[in-house]
Each structure stands twice: as structure tokens, then as C-alpha cells.
Design a protein around this ligand. Structure first.
Ligand code: FMN
Length: 309
């Protein structure tokens, strides 16, 4: 029998977070904006919008389309660039004490390595998440994530630049999930984020034109959850490093599915656009569930799936 409040502390490689509910990259800014209704300090951690060495304007509009059970985005990694992040945002983050993982992206291996060496020495950043999986840019992004050999080389190169916790965010498109995961953990990453958006498109039938400016975009939201759940289960069963689930969480039950299937933490992304209280709701649900099932720690919940044939 277990009476005390459950311990929601979450261990991810070398990192311990107060809880396993994280904000997904690109869906909660840099952690410095005032986001209506969100108490960012209650998050386990916030993963920033992807940062590149130089600022990027992103793709022209329209770059967001609503779909049944989700959305397509083709933002194209619009961001302020490393210099402005370090000069203007990081000091505010340090002051706020917010737990921040910085999502980074480059067009070449060298750019990823430079980002890691610059950010890896900075106070106020808990870790780096390598985005090798963005489908909305011509160069870089998913090109690194689809080929296990290229990915292995990249992660190894970045690993050599920093001893900071290093997460790799895998693409669900065009690669066997386990092969990309293995390439990453063998190269020395500390955790795997499974996964980014799925390549998709939408057509304006009156104009007979694509609804997104670049024609295609990344699908997120409830539509992708069963697909990502399968990948999370598959990777978590084999990986020697923790798996962080990301895709279509819009309730506590969704987060529980991921944790039971083997994830150690969950990232909440586009679900919070319509419901900024979602992070908090997920946390409350986890706590209630653990009390109801008499679980004292998150380790008892994570990977507790039974009956898989
Ligand atoms: C508007 C938008 C911007 C995003 N920007 C990034 C980004 O900069 N880097 C990244 O790795 N993922 C980015 N993503 C992907 C999300 O972090 C997440 O992997 C994806 O949306 C799936 O989770 P969800 O279904 O909970 O939204 C973005 C997603 C959206 C919707």
C-alpha cells in the first residue's frame, strides 16, 4: 500500500526533472514570451523553438493549415538565430530559472557542431535537442535523420563538442525507427525524442492549388498519436537510453499511453494551442492515475505495458 503523494521526478540520462511533462519545440516559443494561461515553471522543461546559427525568416504564408484531428505546418524553422538567443533570451531564462532544453538545427554537420560548442558552455541551459527531422526546409533537417549512417556521423560529431545532455529528435518519415534510434544511441546521445511531424499536404479544391506555400508540411496533433505510439514502444523496448514521446498528446490519457508503452517523459506540442492549460491537466491526470494505481514513482509507470503478444 502506498499513501504518500507519488514522486513524479523524471530521470532522463544525466538529467533529473521535477516532472515528465515537457513543452515541445516550436510550440512554446523560447521560454521568454508571456504565454497566456501557461505557467512555464510548472513544466518539467521547455524545449525551445529550433535555433540555427543565423536568423531565418522561415517560409512565406500560408504555412499553417487545420486538418481533421490535427494540423499541417510549414513554418520552415523561422528563428532569431544563435546571437540574439544568447544575448537577449538566455539572460532572461537564467533569471526565470525555467528549465530549458535548446532545440538546434543546421544545414551542415559543421553548423550543428558550432551550435553545440557555443551553447554547450552556457549556464542556464539543461541540454540540447538535435532536430534532424524537420520536413519543412530544403537543406538539413530531415535529410540528416533519414539516413542512419549520416545521422550517426552527425551525432558523434556533436557529441565530441559538448558533454551537455544531448537528445536526438527522430523523424518518423522515410527511415526504420529502430535503425535511426540505434545510429543515435551508438553515437552517444543521452535520450531520444520520438518523434517529429509526418510529411503531409492539403489541397484547396476550388483553386486546385496546395494550401501551404511550399506545397507540403508536417502533420501534428491527435491524428499522429497512434503512429508515434507504435514508434515509441518499438524504440523504448530496445534503446539503452530514455525515450521522450512527442506526438498528438491532448489529454492525460494520451500521455499515460506513451508512458505505459515505455516513454520516460512526454512532450506536449500543438495540443496546447487550443488548450494552454493542457500541460497542467496532463500532470494532474498522471498524479491521479499513479495514486489510483498505487504507484510511488514514475519508474513503476514507465514501460508497464502488459499483454503485448
Ligand atoms: C508550429 C510548429 C512549429 C514547430 N517547430 C519545431 C522546431 O522548431 N523544431 C522541432 O524539432 N520541432 C518543431 N515542431 C514539431 C513539434 O515539436 C512536435 O514534434 C510535433 O508538433 C508533434 O507533436 P504534437 O502532435 O504534440 O504537436 C513544430 C511543430 C509545430 C506545430
Amino acid at each position: 500500500m502506498h499513501d504518500a503523494a507519488p514522486d513524479l521526478r523524471c530521470r532522463l540520462g544525466g538529467l533529473t526533472l521535477p516532472n515528465p511533462v515537457l513543452a515541445a519545440s516550436g510550440t512554446a516559443g523560447y521560454g521568454t514570451e508571456r504565454l497566456p494561461g501557461i505557467d512555464v515553471n510548472q513544466l518539467g522543461a521547455l524545449v525551445t523553438k529550433g535555433i540555427s546559427l543565423e536568423p531565418r525568416p522561415g517560409n512565406p504564408p500560408p504555412r499553417i493549415v487545420e486538418t481533421a484531428c490535427g494540423m499541417l505546418n510549414a513554418i520552415g524553422l523561422q528563428n532569431i538565430g544563435l546571437k540574439v538567443f544568447l544575448g537577449e533570451h538566455l539572460p532572461l531564462l537564467r533569471e526565470s530559472g525555467l528549465r530549458v532544453i535548446v532545440n538546434v538545427f543546421g544545414e551542415t554537420e559543421e553548423q550543428y557542431a558550432r551550435l553545440a560548442s557555443c551553447l554547450g558552455n552556457e549556464q542556464g541551459i539543461l541540454g540540447l535537442e538535435l532536430n534532424v527531422s524537420c520536413p519543412n526546409v530544403k537543406k538539413g533537417g530531415v535529410a540528416f535523420g533519414r539516413d542512419p549512417e549520416t545521422l550517426h556521423h552527425l551525432v558523434k560529431r556533436v557529441r565530441a563538442e559538448t558533454s551537455m545532455p544531448l537528445w536526438v529528435k527522430l523523424t518518423p518519415d522515410g527511415v526504420e525507427p529502430l535503425e535511426a534510434a540505434q545510429a543515435s544511441w551508438e553515437a552517444g546521445c543521452d535520450a531520444l525524442t520520438v518523434a517529429n511531424t509526418y510529411l503531409g499536404m492539403a489541397v484547396d479544391v476550388e483553386k486546385r492549388r496546395p494550401r501551404l506555400s511550399i506545397g507540403t508540411g508536417g502533420l501534428s496533433g491527435p491524428a499522429i498519436r497512434p503512429l508515434t505510439l507504435y514508434r515509441v514502444w518499438k524504440v523504448a523496448a530496445a534503446a539503452p537510453v530514455p525515450v521522450i514521446a512527442c506526438g498528438g498528446v491532448s489529454s492525460g490519457r494520451d500521455a499515460l499511453e506513451y508512458l505505459i508503452a515505455g516513454a520516460k517523459a512526454v512532450q506536449v506540442g500543438s495540443g496546447a494551442f487550443g488548450n494552454p492549460r493542457l500541460y497542467q491537466e496532463v500532470l494532474i491526470s498522471l498524479r491521479d492515475y499513479m495514486i489510483r494505481h498505487k504507484m510511488a514513482t514514475l519508474e513503476q509507470l514507465s514501460g508497464s505495458l502488459e499483454g503485448m503478444p
